[in-house]
Design a protein around this ligand. Structure first.
Ligand code: PBG
Length: 359
């Protein structure tokens, strides 16, 4: 079959299968193994670091790292997070200094999570123009305008029940939540956020946020959608860090079933159709297959979230002397990138940036 024919078929499949597909030819190249040993000796190009460096397929660059920051209204000083050694909650007063350290390492962006002093049933702190995240955005943009500021758009840190949307009769209400998320988004962007990242997993939220942004003149603000976000045990340490564990039930009625790969592609396709500029797979390590399938199918930038539990496992093994932290961390990040991520949200960002600068 001719290449052009194959490309057409592939694009056709994408269009039928997914609301909006790229028409790029993504046909995988066949590994070149004809002839075999002894003509082919793959060790030839592994003999020394000069050769290995030359044929290396994947490289890490701190510009692709997104570093999560927890900003709390309830503390006056840095407060270390027990289950995430090396990570802390920060008061707004310390956030500019921290942003300067992050920017100095060449890290591309931060993603902000807020812990408000008061929570209520509807999470109204989320769209308070003087809320903790809004203050942090202003402080960071003042101190380091070159550092990209992404905000996590969700209600779970702001609701008294800890769910990601409005709850009625024990159920998270989808359509009514969209309006609250839109308010939160506009408040973040008005404070200076560069990118908004909805993590709530309501249906239709990308379209709702895009529409709200455009209507207010923010048609240049990108949306990074947590598209394939799975209901994962690996978010455990984050919920301590963000004080956002649900008070009843769990998130399985809105986040995805870990067993579903095809459904993840549908989530991604819908988010692209609704206007997402960047899509995300989360967590990263148990879902590298999903990441690779999304990469195969679409050309837009893809983010992977190397989540709190993945970080905690590695740190715990390293603290016990069971693993070489530096090598294991860089191997983890390169694996995520090799699988298809353009951007990696990771708590290892600052360490990794330092190690890469030394190499
Ligand atoms: C908010 C949100 C969560 C994470 C990112 N945004 C927690 C959750 O959905 O329960 C998890 C990040 C991590 O574990 O590092 N909805």
């Amino acid at each position: 079959m001719a290449i052009s024919e194959r490309a057409t078929t592939r694009a056709g499949v994408d269009r039928a299968d997914t609301a909006q597909g790229d028409t790029l030819d993504v046909t995988p190249r066949t590994p070149q193994v004809a002839g075999g040993f002894p003509a082919q000796r793959l060790r030839r190009l592994r003999r020394n670091e000069g050769l290995r460096r030359m044929v290396r397929e994947t490289r890490l660059d701190p510009a692709e790292f997104i570093y999560p920051l927890f900003v709390s209204e309830t503390i006056r000083e840095e407060a270390p997070i027990g289950a995430m050694p090396g990570q802390s909650q920060w008061p707004v007063s310390a956030i500019a200094r921290q942003a300067e350290r992050i920017a100095a390492l060449g890290v591309g962006a931060v993603i902000l999570f807020g812990i408000p002093a008061v929570k209520d049933e509807i999470g109204s702190g989320a769209w308070d123009d003087h809320g903790v995240v809004q203050q942090a955005i202003r402080a960071i943009k003042d101190a380091t305008p070159e550092l990209t500021v992404i905000t996590d758009v969700c209600l779970c840190e702001y609701t008294s029940h800890g769910h990601c949307g409005l709850v009625r009769d024990g159920e998270v209400q989808n359509d009514e939540t969209l309006e609250l998320l839109a308010r939160e988004t506009l408040s973040h962007v008005a404070a200076g956020a560069d990118i908004v990242a909805p993590s709530d997993m309501m249906d239709g939220r990308v379209a709702a946020l895009r529409e709200a942004l455009d209507a207010q003149g923010f048609d240049q603000t990108p949306i990074m959608a947590y598209s394939a976000k799975f209901a994962s045990a690996f978010y455990g340490p984050f919920r301590e860090a963000a004080e956002s564990a649900p008070m009843f039930g769990d998130r399985r009625a809105y986040q995805m079933d870990p067993a579903n790969g095809r459904e993840a592609l549908r989530e991604v396709a819908l988010d692209i159709a609704e206007g997402a500029d960047i899509v995300m797979v989360k967590p990263a390590l148990p879902y590298l297959d999903v990441l690779a399938r999304v990469r195969d199918r679409w050309g837009l930038p893809i983010a992977a979230y190397n989540v709190s539990g993945e970080y905690a496992m590695l740190k715990a093994a390293a603290a016990n002397g069971w693993i070489d932290e530096r090598r294991a961390t860089l191997e983890t990040l390169i694996g995520i990138k090799r699988a298809g991520a353009d951007l990696i949200i990771t708590y290892h960002a600052l360490d990794a940036a330092r190690w890469l600068a030394e190499e």
